[in-house]
Design a protein around this ligand. Structure first.
Ligand code: CA
Length: 224
């Protein structure tokens, strides 16, 4: 009888142990499944966020392209016909790369960066530099748009020269624009319509403000 009871207890123990093992395996499987689901959900979230960001980025690029197109087609806008500067990179002459002449005409630098189709000074960070641009038609001006194709933010003053040769400062100070990195951006100065006509602009830069070469691709005078 004792033997029988002993056998019964041993059998019960073995069955119970096996049951526990099966339960434990089942629990492990469920935990793995939950973990996989969590990873998959996280991936889905990241994919959807990336898709939203990509979409937002595309929309922003379209907006920027449309804004630039509006500037290029502005019927009140003129691009410079002649240009001079306080200094020129490499002392280049006439229409060579980086000369003031590279600021005349409509914009032609396609991508942000160091590009000989824009003007830059002899020294990269040597303090005060200036450029002077002239336009075909004298206008009562309302706005100036300066296309900064490399290291924007160093412009400290914009003057308009009237037909008698008198200088009028239309903007002066520190450029507080929050420029996005690696992107061609305009410095835009808007002001009340001038009561004099102008066809000349002088732009002053403090090149020690910003690291690197400051390059200007083109400058547009707005007015009629
Ligand atoms: Ca240019």
């Amino acid at each position: 009888m004792k033997k029988l009871i002993y056998l019964f207890l041993v059998t019960a123990f073995v069955f119970s142990a096996c049951g526990k093992k099966t339960d434990s395996k089942k629990e492990d499987g469920m935990a793995d499944k939950k973990k996989d689901e969590a990873v998959s959900n996280q991936q889905k979230k990241e994919d959807s966020l990336k898709a939203i960001n990509d979409q937002a980025d595309r929309e922003k690029k379209v907006k920027e392209a449309l804004e630039e197109d509006k500037i290029l087609k502005d019927s009140l806008g003129q691009w410079a016909i002649t240009a001079e500067a306080s200094s020129t990179y490499g002392d280049h002459k006439e229409k060579d790369t980086w000369t003031p002449a590279q600021m005349t005409g409509a914009p032609n630098v396609e991508k942000y960066g160091d590009d000989g189709r824009a003007w830059t000074s002899l020294e990269a960070e040597k303090g005060i530099e200036w450029v002077e641009l002239s336009y075909e038609k004298a206008v009562n001006a309302t706005e100036i748009r300066i296309r900064q194709s490399f290291n924007p933010g160093a412009i400290i003053k914009i003057e308009l020269i009237d037909e008698k040769g008198k200088s009028h400062t239309v903007w002066e100070g520190l450029d507080k624009t929050k420029y996005e990195p690696d992107k061609i951006q305009y410095f835009i100065a808007k002001f009340d319509k001038t009561d004099y006509k102008t066809r000349e602009i002088k732009i002053t830069l403090a090149n020690n403000l910003i690291h690197g070469w400051k390059e200007i691709d083109a400058v547009q005078l707005i007015g009629k």
